[in-house]
Design a protein around this ligand. Structure first.
Ligand code: SF4
Length: 193
């Protein structure tokens, strides 16, 4: 199934963040990852049937587009977004057709694995930047948008350069209306998003 009615298993959505790419960005964590990188900082995102919500691509897109005036773009992370490639493809298509918001995808798959799989390749077709490769705890870096130094930037448009990414804050703490704290960014403590 494609298009706005495509279901999407989500772990969390942070409407605005300054620590997940250039500018203010909506961050969307997909639920489910089978790649099993040792030392993964966010194991709560691994079960495909975790405690996140299942929503439609159209619902999520409408929420993001309603706040587009305050956003530079969207960062899709996880979990593993490319284990739900139809949802990612449909969401990116919707966003790019209706706005100038940029799209960054953080994935554990390598560029070769993405290009070899038509569904994954289609999922990143509208992305401006894809950060690729398994997290390797021995090569921990936590700078820019790379958790470890083996991960690679794959610029698919000219929108962002490595210099744009070097200034991304390493940690961000958000306080919700109910006083809930959310830690995010490459230096977020274990277990937080
Ligand atoms: S791909 Fe990401 S979420 Fe999945 S195990 Fe590796 S670091 Fe964790």
């Amino acid at each position: 199934m494609n298009g706005p009615k495509t279901p999407w298993r989500l772990h969390a959505v942070l409407p605005r963040s300054a620590a997940n790419g250039p500018g203010i960005r909506c961050v969307i964590w997909s639920q489910g990852c089978s790649l099993g990188c040792p030392g993964c900082f966010n194991p709560g995102t691994h079960p495909a049937g975790g405690d996140g919500a299942v929503r439609t691509v159209g619902e999520v897109a409408e929420e993001v587009l309603a706040d587009a005036a305050h956003l530079e773009g969207v960062t899709l992370t996880g979990g593993e977004p490319l284990e739900q490639p139809a949802a990612i493809a449909a969401f990116c298509a919707e966003l790019t057709a209706r706005s100038d918001l940029s799209v960054i995808v953080l994935t554990g798959f390598t560029r070769r694995e993405i290009e070899a799989d038509p569904a994954r390749a289609a999922a990143v077709a509208d992305a401006d930047l894809v950060v690729t490769g398994r997290y390797n705890a021995r090569l921990r870096l936590a700078r820019g948008l790379r958790g470890s130094s083996n991960k690679e930037y794959w610029a698919r448009t000219g929108r962002y350069t490595a210099a744009d990414l070097s200034g991304v804050p390493e940690l961000e703490i958000s306080v919700a209306d109910d006083a809930t704290l959310t830690f995010t960014g490459m230096h977020a403590p274990e277990g937080d998003i």
